[in-house]
Design a protein around this ligand. Structure first.
Ligand code: G3P
Length: 218
C-alpha cells in the first residue's frame, strides 16, 4: 500500500519523507488555507516546493466547478511539474474533466467520493486515483471502511486500473484496516503514520537489550 501524507505543511512532509516511507502528498484548498497559503501565485509556488521535497505524486486540486474551468486549471497545474496529479471533485463536470484528462494522458485524483456508485463512475472516466473519504463517513455514523471493501470488490470484478486512495484517514487503525482491505493507497496525517511505530513491547525490549549490552560490556 502506498503512503501519501495529507497535508500542505512542509515540515510534516519533510519529516515523513525523511522516514523513508512516503510515496506522495495530497492537498486540498482547506489544507492550503490551514497553512496560510492563499492567492493563486502562492498556491502554485507551494505546489512546486512540495514537488521538490518528495519524489512521488502530488495531488493539486482545482477550484472551478465547470468543465471548461477545470480543464483550464488542471492543464496549468499539470504543466507545473511532472509529479502533479490533477484533483477533481466528483460532480458531473468533474467526471467529464476526468475523462478529458485521462484521454490526454494527464493523471487525475477524483475526490469527495462517498459511495460505491461514485467510485464506479470515476473508474469508468479513467481516473488514476479515486478518493473515498472514510473519516467523514465515520463522522456521520456510516462505516467508511465498508466503502473501501465495496470499491475493492467492484474494481476487482472488472479489472479497473483506478487506484483506491483511502482519504480522510484520521488515525493508525484506519491505515491498518485499509491495508487489510486492499486499498492501493492511503493518505493521512503525519500523526497517523507515526502512530504505526508505537508498541510498548518494542520500547521495553529495546531498553532491556541496551541494559544487557551495557552489563556485558563494562
Ligand atoms: O484527504 C481528504 C482529507 O483532506 C479530508 O480529511 O479529516 O478533513 O475529513 P478530513
Amino acid at each position: 500500500m502506498k503512503f501519501f501524507i495529507d497535508t500542505a505543511n512542509l515540515k510534516d512532509i519533510a519529516e515523513a519523507q525523511a522516514l523513508g516511507v512516503l510515496d506522495g502528498v495530497t492537498t486540498n484548498p482547506s489544507l492550503m488555507a490551514k497553512e496560510g497559503i492563499t492567492g493563486a501565485d502562492n498556491i502554485i509556488a507551494h505546489y512546486k516546493k512540495i514537488c521538490e521535497l518528495v519524489e512521488g505524486d502530488v495531488s493539486a486540486e482545482v477550484i472551478s466547478t465547470d468543465f471548461e474551468g477545470m480543464v483550464r486549471e488542471g492543464e496549468a497545474l499539470a504543466a507545473l511539474h511532472p509529479q502533479i496529479v490533477v484533483k477533481l471533485p466528483l460532480i458531473a463536470d468533474g467526471i467529464k474533466a476526468c475523462k478529458y484528462f485521462s484521454d490526454k494522458g494527464i493523471r487525475t485524483n477524483v475526490t469527495l467520493v462517498f459511495s460505491a456508485g461514485q467510485a464506479l463512475l470515476a473508474a469508468k472516466a479513467g481516473a488514476t486515483y479515486v478518493s473515498p473519504f472514510i473519516g467523514r463517513l465515520d463522522d456521520i455514523s456510516t462505516d467508511g471502511l465498508n466503502l473501501i471493501s465495496e470499491i475493492r470488490m467492484i474494481y476487482d470484478n472488472y479489472g479497473f486500473q483506478t487506484q483506491i486512495l483511502a482519504a480522510s484517514v484520521r488515525h493508525t487503525m484506519h491505515i491498518i484496516d485499509c491495508a487489510k482491505l486492499g486499498s492501493d493507497v492511503m493518505t493521512g496525517p503525519l500523526s497517523a503514520i507515526k502512530g504505526l511505530l508505537k508498541h510498548p513491547l518494542t520500547d521495553s525490549g529495546l531498553a532491556q537489550f541496551l541494559l544487557d549490552y551495557q552489563k556485558g560490556n563494562k
